[in-house]
Design a protein. Structure first.
Lengths: 204, 218
């Protein structure tokens, strides 16, 4: 399996959340790495670059660059790259690996094995293509019965966020179908200083 | 990409940690699902099974069995399946998807992009084969310099845990190379000047195999 040279983070959070993103050049040659930040409409609003030696790491200074607006981050490298993001607020930490088709965390059918009634579930989809993406969401209860369905279109490299109010605050699961490859994040907030971050599991 | 019918969880935690594991039948047909718990030596200590309707979830009742010792968990289904584990202690939650070959979370070369010098890093490696695995670990600093290397043998379906004592409390990265297929978890427990207590992060090793995808386990 080849390792990707392009990884995606659907969110760098605005406001009081502190983001930390680290990437590593996992190659035996130096690699030129570029970080590209886009707003929810997919427009590029910031970029930075660095040349990384073999297995050298780079903490991308993106958090201080964008304190006011939720944005996405794409990291492009000449050589294979892996990365990780932690998004902090007190004892709440949302942790995600960088997503890529090669890591099988990007696809056209995503599944989240859990939604929690009574907690706060927040979902975020990133369209990683230059085409409009049409996404359909199916919210099911724990017995597999469809509870809610809704859809939306996502601009090229743009974002779509939906919440408990959209999925019906159900104890169950969530599935997403899309016409283009997407990355999906789930943010589960327990409400007592605990948060869990998860990427959608690809069923494509 | 084919869906998987076999998921691996390298750990169901002992002691005060509370584990919750849910699997979901993601096929359009009824599925027979079996959960198998093993100790670190790969010996089966417990199992359970259940029939799941399409898209029905099952919270596997493994937790009482793991009170005295860490176990691994394998979930086998005759249809496609996905799953998730949360391991709780107060405000600390370690969250993992079920690992599988098809999901790209099982391999022979795994990478963790972060080690934190002042926090507690703990790793567990699970050999998912019926053959012994020879496992090598490489610890690097953030500049890519190798700081430590060590190795171990894992019994078939056995697991191995190591922590900061072995990795050397380095600010850097960790790579694991194995001659058999493995899944691995990192547990990061925050502590120290810049990291508030009561926080934990769980991560699966990122597979960076360059070989073709291995065939599914039958």
């Amino acid at each position: 399996m080849p390792v990707g040279n392009k990884i995606y983070f659907p969110q760098i959070a605005a406001g009081v959340w502190a983001d930390w993103v680290k990437v590593v050049n996992i190659n035996d040659l130096p690699s030129y790495v570029q970080a590209i930040v886009r707003n929810p409409l997919g427009q590029i609003v910031w970029n930075a670059n660095s040349t990384l030696q073999p297995y050298q790491a780079w903490v991308i200074p993106v958090d201080s660059a964008f304190p006011q607006e939720n944005v996405s981050l794409t990291v492009v490298s000449e050589r294979p790259i892996v990365g990780e993001r932690h998004c902090h607020l007190g004892t709440e930490v949302l942790a995600f690996p960088g997503a890529s088709p090669e890591m099988k965390t990007v696809g056209t059918r995503l599944f989240f094995p859990e939604t929690v009634y009574g907690c706060h579930d927040n979902f975020r989809l990133m369209n990683i293509t230059e085409y409009y993406a049409y996404a359909t969401v199916i919210s099911r209860d724990i017995n597999g019965f469809t509870f809610k369905r809704f859809s939306n279109q996502i601009p090229p490299f743009g974002l779509w966020i939906f919440l408990d109010t959209d999925i019906g605050n159900v104890q169950g699961t969530l599935e997403i179908f899309c016409t283009q490859p997407i990355v999906g994040e789930r943010h589960l907030h327990y409400g007592n200083g605990v948060a869990v971050g998860q990427l959608g599991q690809v069923l494509s | 990409m084919p869906l998987t019918n076999r998921l691996f969880y390298p750990q169901v935690a002992a002691g005060v940690w509370a584990d919750w594991v849910q699997v979901v039948n993601v096929s359009g047909e009824i599925s027979n699902v079996k959960a198998i718990a093993r100790n670190r030596d790969g010996i089966v200590l417990w199992y359970a099974d259940k029939e799941l309707n399409p898209f029905q979830g099952w919270v596997i009742p493994v937790e009482p069995v793991s009170k005295q010792q860490d176990l691994s968990l394998e979930v086998v289904s005759n249809k496609a399946i996905v799953g998730e584990r949360h391991c709780h202690l107060g405000t600390e939650v370690l969250a993992f998807p079920g690992a599988s070959i098809e999901m790209g979370t099982v391999g022979k070369r795994l990478f963790f992009p972060e080690l934190v010098a002042e926090c507690l890093d703990w790793f567990i490696v699970f050999n998912i084969n019926n053959a012994e695995a020879n496992v090598n670990v490489i610890v690097r600093d953030d500049n890519g310099n190798i700081v430590r290397q060590f190795s171990n043998k894992l019994r078939h379906m056995g697991s191995w845990a190591f922590s900061d004592q072995e990795t050397g409390r380095v600010q850097g990265t960790l790579e694991i190379i194995s001659d058999q297929l493995i899944a691995a978890e990192r547990h990061l427990h925050y502590q120290g000047t810049y990291h508030p207590n009561g926080v934990a992060v769980g991560q699966l090793g990122q597979v960076i195999d360059i070989d073709p995808l291995p065939p599914p386990i039958i």
